[in-house]
Ligand binder design. Structure first.
Ligand code: UDX
Ligand code: ADP
Length: 473
């Protein structure tokens, strides 16, 4: 196989956008076109003001500035891009199904299927199709069936190339990936040629020894497994945080002590208000569904416990606020610092903040929110979506939101006259606030609930705050 000269990526989201920007940056000889049916999103990717890109990600504007217009293009003409590309990445969303068979667990593959049908309908020459979206094991088989049934004249090779970048550090993760995983038909010469073509794309900047090639199913399952293991570590340390609070141990000290064991390692042991993000919960639910589907209920239950522990951690945090505020937050101003699911991203999918706000609002709290990157519309959409999914009418949800939630573009007003502050996201700026003047502006007793353990508890207590931090007795 000659080296690839043109790539198309379907899906200009948090994965497709940054990944293709880096592939284009590192391969000036390859024309990379990122397409999306969402025209507003494509327009935002084409913004000349790079602070307005649809994805907030440190380092991304610089990469886009370097490659866009040279060999990186964003377009809503999906068919043209498919037709012109030798290699097509599918990087569309695969949310948890919210209807029918597998509701609440299985991945919804309708967007992936639509892409496959569109590729099959448009392609006139042989294509390598790369699954970038996280998919259930053996999805490539279904995609192949669609290709074979729709377009017998063109030969398709399917590869699985899961993305392991984490939001907030995406550019660094892409530039310095621990490993690149490529699954394909290693049994056939055509399969190996396709794998080699993708290896060459990554070899422009990733050392060959970090590029792993496997069978298709192993690659698909590795992505689910990696996310399940990472989420499991967080649920494990969060489980211990509950015990720390009862016993007077300090979860950060415990995490530090166990992390020094080289077999355990120090990463992903930060106890928190609960993990969020578009991947962990969705992928574990999908794993649970697959295990049940393949007749392994004990394995399914084992992994499901990771989600239950995460739900428990969010609930525990909401309850600790209500309990500390004399068992009711009715009519009280609770200020949320942070809404994103982690720092350095504007992504809020599955953010713990959404669920904690909901629990407090059920107890009639007034929730006041400041986040440095998340837009007011997003916060509103998150809550309204949650409520309407639970059967609340759109009008009622809107009314509830207007009554209960206020959003700010800066923190001072958000904190004034508040009964309590809750840290939901670990944004660095929260650490450098003038906490003494915040204390002066709040109602007394003034509470801080540090859901990320980023503030100095003793210093805050010296100012006069009542402080509750995760896993601190
Ligand atoms: C994750 C995986 O890390 C990444 O490899 C995969 O490609 C996609 O899913 P992401 O969800 O973007 O990435 O962010 P991640 O850094 O993994 O954080 C997920 C959640 O876990 C966040 O809410 C974060 O705050 C939380 N977290 C993370 C903790 O609570 N404690 C930790 O120690 C680490
Ligand atoms: P991720 O975090 O996986 O990147 P996003 O939701 O941020 O997920 O991005 C997925 C993108 O895929 C969305 O912008 C959506 O509009 C796009 N998309 C979904 N289906 C199609 C399709 N059939 N053709 C083109 N774009 C699509």
């Amino acid at each position: 196989m000659n080296s690839i000269k043109s790539i198309c990526c379907i899906g200009a989201g948090y994965v497709g956008g940054p990944t293709m920007a880096v592939i284009a940056q590192k391969n000036p000889h390859i024309q990379v076109t990122v397409v999306d049916i969402n025209e507003a999103r494509i327009a935002a990717w084409n913004e000349s003001d790079l602070t307005k890109l649809p994805v907030y990600e440190p380092g991304l504007p610089e990469v886009v500035a370097e490659a866009r217009g040279r060999n990186l293009f964003f377009s809503s003409d999906v068919n043209k891009a498919i037709d012109e590309a030798e290699m097509i990445f599918i990087s569309v969303n695969t949310p948890t199904k919210n209807y029918g068979i597998g509701k609440g667990q299985a991945a919804d593959l309708k967007f992936v299927e639509l892409c496959a049908r569109q590729i099959a309908a448009v392609a006139k020459q042989d294509k390598i199709v790369v699954e970038k979206s996280t998919l259930p094991v053996r999805t490539a088989e279904s995609i192949k069936r669609i290709f074979d049934a729709t377009n017998g004249d063109v030969k398709f090779q399917i590869l699985s190339n899961p993305e392991f970048l984490a939001e907030g550090t995406a550019i660094n993760d892409l530039h310095n990936a621990d490993r690149i995983l490529i699954g394909g038909e290693i049994e056939t010469p055509e399969g190996n040629a396709a794998i080699e073509a993708l290896v060459q794309v990554y070899e422009s900047w990733i050392p060959r020894e970090r590029i792993i090639t496997t069978r298709l199913w192993s690659s698909e399952l590795s992505k689910l497994t990696a996310n399940a293991f990472l989420a499991q570590r967080i649920s494990s340390i969060n489980a211990i945080s509950a015990l720390c609070e009862r016993t007077g141990a300090d979860v950060d000290e415990v995490a530090h002590a166990i992390g020094k064991d080289s077999r355990i390692g120090p990463k992903f042991l930060k106890s928190s208000v609960g993990f969020g993000g578009s991947c962990f919960q969705k992928d574990i639910l999908n794993l649970v569904y697959l295990c049940n589907h393949f007749g392994l209920p004990e394995v399914a239950d084992y992994w499901e416990q990771v989600i239950k522990m995460n739900d428990y951690q969010k609930h525990r945090f909401a309850m600790s606020i209500i309990n500390a505020l004399f068992d009711t937050v009715s009519g009280k101003k609770i200020t949320f610092l942070g809404w994103a699911f982690k720092k350095d991203t504007n992504d809020t999918r599955e953010s713990a903040a959404i669920y904690i706000a909901d629990e407090l609002i059920q107890d009639q709290a007034e929730v006041h929110v400041y986040d440095p990157q998340v837009s007011p519309e997003q916060i509103k959409n998150d809550l309204i979506y949650l409520w309407t999914q639970r059967g609340v009418s759109a009008d009622e949800a809107q009314k509830r939101f207007e009554q209960a939630v206020t959003i700010y573009s800066e923190p001072t007003e958000a904190l004034k006259q508040a009964h309590a502050v809750a840290i939901l996201t670990e944004w660095d700026e929260f650490k450098s606030y003038d906490w003494a003047s915040i204390y002066a502006s709040m109602l007394k007793p003034a509470f801080v609930f540090d859901g990320r353990n980023i503030l100095d508890k003793e210093q805050l207590e010296a100012i006069g705050f009542k402080v509750k931090a995760i896993g601190k007795g």
